[in-house]
Structure formats: C-alpha cells, structure tokens
Design a protein around this ligand. Structure first.
Ligand code: NAI
Length: 715
C-alpha cells in the first residue's frame, strides 16, 4: 500500500483475515498523532474497509512500552486563531468518527501510555484490550495544557464509563491504571503484555463473526444514577463546585470540559461534538493554555538537557548510592533513589538509633504507597530491601555516587568528605545537599574537587519535584552530567545553578519572605496575607511556606542571604524569637500556625505577641500581592543577570516545580514578559519611593524597559 507520507508511520500485517495496524512514528521515541499521521491512518482505514480478505482490524503501537502519547502538541500550539483550533478538533473528530462507524470491528491493543488523542482513538474503537503492566496508563490530560479533549473524548467517555468516572478523568487529567480502567469499563480485557496482540486479534475475529458488541460500564449503580437526569444534574453541580474551588478560578479548561460533557449528555453526540470543538477552539487560544503549553515544552526540553554546554561528556552510570546522614533529608534521598532509580542505597549515621530512625522513615514512605495501593506488597518489599544502613563505611567503597546530608556545618561536611574520600573509588562523585554552604568551600577539603558537586533537594524529598545541581568552579563537566542524569532517574526536574548564596530557589524566596515580614510588621494579618497569595495562584501563602520550610531553617538561610545580598533582604521581624519560643514550624507542630494531629489548625495568635506586633487593619489585597510578587520577580531578574540560572526557561521551571509558582503564569520570567519591562520598572520605582530601596528595579529590567526587550524570544 502506498501513502502520501514517507517514511510511513503505519505497518500492516495480515493475521488470517485480521489486519494488524501498527503505529510507529518514524524518528520519534513515542507515537503522537500529527495531521500527516492522521491522514495516513485515514487512508489506510479506507483501504481496509474495502479490502475483501479483511474481516476486522487491530490497532497497536510499535513503540516499546508506549501506545500513543496524544495529538501533536506543536500543531495545536501553532493554531493562531480560535477558528484554526476548532478546525483541528473537527478534523480529529471526523477521523475518529470514521473508525467508530467502521464497517468491520476495530480493536485497540493497548500497551504503555494511552493518553489524550491516543485514548480518544481507543475510545472510538469497538473493543479495547490492555496490558496488566505498570507502564499501561490511560488518561485525558488535555486540561493540564489548558484545553479539553477535542477529538470526541468529552462525548464518548461518559457514554462508556458513566458520568462520574468520565468527569473524574477529564477534569483532573489524571492517569488511570489498567486494573482501574477495567473496573470502570474503560477497557474490556486485561492481559499480559506478551499476549496482547494475540488476544486482540482473537477478539477482533470473534467480533467479526457477530454483531459488534458495544461495551457497557460495569458499575451498574453509577450508571443508573448517571442515566437519571436529576442524578446527572447533581453530579455536574458537585463537580463544578469542586472544580471552582480547586482551580481558584484561574484555569478555565476544566470548567469548559464539564460544560462539554453536560451539553453532550443533554443534546446528544452530534451537537455535542460541535460544541466540544467550539470549546476546544476557545480554550486553545487562552493565555492560560499558551503558558501551560510553554511550561510543557520547557519541561520537555529540560529533560533532554545534559546540564553542561555541548559537547557534553557521557554521565557515569550510578549503580549504587551512598547517603551520609540518615536524618530527615538523608532518608528522603535514600527512599527516592531506591523507589525511582531502583538502585541499592546504603545510609550511614553516627549511631544505630539514628540509622534505625532513618530506615523507619524510609519504610514509612513505602508502606504508605502499599496502603494506598499505588504499589503491591511485593513491590514494597522489593523497594525496602534496596535500602540498608550502618554506622561505618561498609557499602560505600563500591558506591558510584555519595550524597551527604549531615548537619549544616562546614567543618562537619568537610570532615565527612575527607573520611569518605579515603575509602571511596576514585571515580565516585561526592554530592552535598547543603542549602547554604558554598560548594566551593566544601570542595576545598577534597583531594578530588572535580568530583565534588551540590545536589540540593527540597523537603519532603519524595514529593518535591525540583533538584538544583550546583557545580563549583572546579567541578568537572562529567561530574555535573552524572549528577543531572541521576537526579532525573530519581524523578526530579533538574536545573543547573551557579554556586552563589541561596542558589536559585532560596535566592528568590529571600526577598519574598522578607516582604511578608514587612507586611506583618505593618499590621497585616497572617491569614489575610496567605489568602492573598493563594488567590494569586500559589499553593500556599508565604507564612504557611515558612512553617513548611521550618523556621529554624528559614533563620539560617535568612542569615546567609543577608550577608550575601545586604540590606534589601534585612529581616523586618524576629523569626529567631519564634524559634526561641519553641516554634520550628510544621515539623514540631508549632509555628505561625497550630497543628493538631499533623494538620494545620489555625493561626497561633500568640505569635503576634512573641514578635511584638499588633494585628492591624486589613490592607487591600492588590497592594499585598503586588509587593510580594514583585519582590520575587525582581530578584529572579537579578539572579538571571548574575548567571545564577542559565536561562529564563530554567528560572521559570525551577520556580514552578520548586515553590509552586502559579503554572498558569508560566514562571517569573513569563510573568515579567506578560507585564512588560516598562510596567514592571514603573511599579518597582513606585514601591521603592514608598517603601525603600529594596524595591529598586533590577538593572536588566531597566535596560529592557529602555530597549523594549523581554526575557523570552521567538514565541
Ligand atoms: P537532620 O538533623 O534531620 O539530619 C542530619 C543527620 O546527619 C543526623 O541524623 C545526624 O546524626 C547525621 N550526622 C551528623 N554528622 C554525621 C556524620 N559525621 N556522619 C554521619 N551522619 C552524621 O537534618 P536535615 O534536615 O536532614 O538536613 C541535612 C542537610 O540537608 C543539611 O545540610 C541541610 O541544610 C540540608 N537541607 C535541609 C533541608 C530541609 O528542609 N531540612 C532542605 C534542603 C537541604
């Protein structure tokens, strides 16, 4: 068969009358459906419809452990107008309609990620066989890019799995594992990967010899409720409420998705599809979608970035990890390396009691996953067996990478470095998890400073997605690429930052929390300030953030930042007095807030007294958010100018993954670009006149304002 596109993305094999169509987009690691692929697909299907010897069709993927990752995002990003995007959606719908109404049975054989347009394709098929494999996940993640499923997903999914299940998937975009997919009726059969093709062909043949069986969801109760108009209205209303609360009104796509589903159920699929395409078009051109797509591309690009300029050396393979210090961070690093990278980890601490505590912390994280059934008991046991600990250096001699997370004290860190270097292999990379000590200072104690680097994790390590990798002046490129590659294997988004005080994240946090202190001093109530920044889009406000970080840690970091940056980060309030009063934040259950059973339970009103502050009249929210956000944005601009981060991209992604900077704003540099340098400078100058020189605009911003420059170019 010949096609317009060369080389071809589709292979066809005849399996005794069943055509097995294998999608394998050339030159790509995963399958995505571009317009070209779609056209080839459509032509192939038309030919198969006519072909006499073909009784049924099976669609599968030629990629290892990946079905179809979705539509081609670049093509949808290129759509400039609402009309362009709507047309894209209509074309996708029409193609899948042809599969749904195909005269012969079409079966999807799903192994690996089946996402977005890939799942919409599977939904259009008449039967779905999936593999029982951890890599097999099904999802409609479109809302995470600020759009909605636009190739029939909002119409077909609720009819297949019921309203509740469909809304849950479409509005959250979350992954559904194969076994859950079977339970909700999203797939019809679950099999081992080795036989998926065989079972799919058999099903296709069976369906070919009888009328095509339309699948029904298995949850009969849910289905009944869903079919009842009152029940539907109730479910939709609840979903809308929850969605509004979760998105804080910042993300229009989940609400649009709800509307698409509602409309389809009320008006039927023909009109439903038109409405879905309409809404898709509208969403695709929103600023929010633009920002989310940029974040997606930036994150993808960062994943491929070796961390040093080309030509990058190959990373050393890390097959065994050593962790010094089995405390809060050490145990977090150990469990994350074991779970994500799957390597054996050895921890060392000063005495057995502390080693035991560290191992218990490791076990807690794993057991929680077993309890929540994200992993099996067997898998939990396997992960746990990877981590061991002791009070000596046994197990460290063979380590390829050793991360230290001992006390934050230069001499202690230098001492462990010297000790461990004496016994470790000469190729072994030594990484420090310090948050405040210059890596170069630690490396002074090393006989092999080219092997010494910083790996700054955030707490809790198993949950926080960012890792800052910090080469010193003497670190070899090979060491940097090794730390970056291993960080990625640990599941982290990695940015390489300069060995400057606070690296990047603490650097931009410093003026932000200092400004929060000024506001408290001016009488702003703790909860008002937090609420204002949550409304701006942060997951938590600055005061809650301080409690999360730990007030003792904040005092320590604050001191280092004051020494490095001077007056503009001089504290307005005495955080150390709070620490003196026994308040360390969430970790000891006492901070700005009270905690009951580990849960935040309101502001501790006594805090105002300890700080010598009076709670004053509420300030207007706009001025609060402007001061707090501009303090951070301005510092980000300074950090970029000083080369602390390599690019605005790294700064944007670092802030989003490190401190939850609102993704719909795209990161500090996207936010500044959206504001425009002139406006940013004008605002900062006003603030500086009013509150002091700490708001003096960063020189790059002033420069950009004069030249009409911006941080991001070409998009
Ligand atoms: P921690 O006090 O919970 O743990 C430190 C552990 O190191 C203790 O168990 C201690 O017994 C052990 N230790 C001390 N000297 C040792 C030695 N010579 N040999 C072996 N073990 C030794 O402290 P945490 O919070 O885990 O911090 C560790 C490091 O991580 C520090 O450098 C800190 O600045 C850094 N960090 C902490 C973050 C946090 O949020 N707590 C975030 C990022 C970095």
């Amino acid at each position: 068969m010949s096609h317009a596109t060369t080389p071809s993305a589709l292979g066809i094999e005849d399996d005794a009358g069943v055509a097995v169509v294998t999608l394998d987009v050339p030159g790509a690691s995963v399958n995505t459906i571009s317009l070209a692929v779609k056209d080839e697909f459509a032509a192939t299907m038309s030919a198969l419809a006519e072909q006499g010897g073909v009784s049924a069709v099976v669609i599968m993927s030629g990629k290892a452990d990946a079905f179809i990752a979705g539509a081609d995002i670049e093509e949808f990003q290129a759509a400039r107008t609402e009309e362009d995007a709507r047309r894209l959606s209509r074309e996708g719908q029409e193609f899948l309609d042809r599969i749904a109404s195909f005269p012969k049975p079409v079966v999807a054989a799903i192994h690996g990620a089946c996402l977005g347009g890939g799942l919409e394709l599977a939904l259009a098929c008449h039967y779905r066989v999936a593999t029982k494999h951890p890599k097999t996940v099904l999802a409609l993640p479109e809302v995470q890019l600020g759009v909605i499923p636009g190739a029939g997903g909002c119409n077909r999914l609720p009819r297949l799995v019921g309203l509740r299940n469909a809304l849950d998937m479409i509005v959250s975009g979350r992954n559904v594992r194969a076994d859950a997919a079977l339970r909700m009726g999203l797939v019809d059969e679950l099999v081992a990967p080795a036989i998926v093709r065989h079972v799919a062909v058999r099903a296709a043949r069976r369906l070919g010899s009888q009328a095509v069986r339309r699948t029904r969801p298995s949850g009969v109760g849910a289905w009944l409720l869903d079919k009842n108009a009152l029940g539907q209205a109730f479910v939709l209303r609840q979903a809308r409420k929850t969605t509004l609360r979760r998105t804080g009104g910042h993300y229009p796509a989940p609400l649009a998705a709800l509307d698409a589903v509602r409309y389809s159920l009320a008006e039927g699929t023909e009109r439903g599809l038109l409405h879905e395409a309409e809404l898709f078009g509208r969403m695709a051109v929103t600023e929010v979608s633009r920002r989310l797509v940029e974040v997606f591309f930036a994150t993808t690009a960062l994943k491929k970035d070796p961390g040093v300029p080309a030509p990058a050396p190959a990373p050393q393979l890390v097959t065994r990890l050593g962790v010094l210090g089995a405390g809060f961070m050490g145990s977090g690093i150990a469990v994350t390396a074991a779970e994500q990278a799957g390597v054996p980890v050895r921890m060392k601490d000063a005495d057995l009691a502390r080693v035991g505590k560290g191992l218990r912390a490791v076990a807690d994280v794993i057991q929680e996953r077993v309890r929540r059934r994200t992993i099996s008991k067997l898998e939990g046991a396997r992960r746990l067996a990877l981590v061991s600990g002791g009070v000596d250096y046994s197990g460290f001699r063979r380590a390829d990478l050793i991360v230290e997370a001992v006390f934050e004290d230069l001499e202690v860190k230098r001492a462990v470095l010297r000790e461990v270097e004496a016994i470790a292999r000469p190729e072994c990379v030594f990484a420090s998890n310090t948050s405040t000590i210059p890596i170069g200072r630690i490396a002074e104690a090393s006989a092999r400073p080219e092997k010494v680097i910083g790996m700054h994790f955030f707490s809790p390590v198993h949950r926080m997605l960012l890792l800052e990798v910090i080469p010193s002046e003497q670190t070899a490129p090979e060491t940097t690429v090794t730390a970056v590659a291993f960080g990625r294997r640990m599941g982290k988004t990695v940015i390489v930052v300069k060995d400057r005080p606070g690296f990047f994240i603490n650097r931009i946090l410093a003026p932000y929390v200092v400004e929060a202190g000024h506001l408290l001093k001016e009488g702003v109530a703790i909860e008002d300030m937090d609420r204002a920044m949550v409304r701006w889009g942060f997951p938590v406000g600055p005061v809650t953030l301080l409690d999360e970080v730990g007030l003792d840690v904040a005092v320590k970091v604050g001191g280092v930042m004051l020494e490095a940056l001077g007056e503009r980060v001089a504290p307005a309030i005495r955080l150390d007095a709070l620490v003196g009063s026994g308040r360390m934040g969430r970790k000891n259950g006492r901070g700005f807030f009270r905690y009951e059973n580990g849960k935040k339970a309101g502001v501790d009103e006594a805090v105002y007294g300890v700080l010598g502050l009076a709670k004053g009249s509420p300030k207007d929210t706009a001025s609060l958010t402007e001061r707090l956000s501009l303090a951070m944005l301005n510092e980000a601009a300074r950090a970029l100018q000083e080369g602390v981060i390599r690019s605005p991209r790294d700064g944007d992604i670092g802030a989003i993954f490190g401190i939850g900077f609102p993704p719909f704003r795209g990161g500090p540099f996207r936010e500044l670009d959206a504001m425009g340098a002139q406006a940013a400078v004008a605002k900062l100058e006003l603030l500086a006149a009013r509150y002091g020189p700490r708001f003096a605009p960063a020189p790059t911003l002033v420069d950009q304002a004069e030249r009409g420059g911006r941080f991001h170019h070409g998009d």
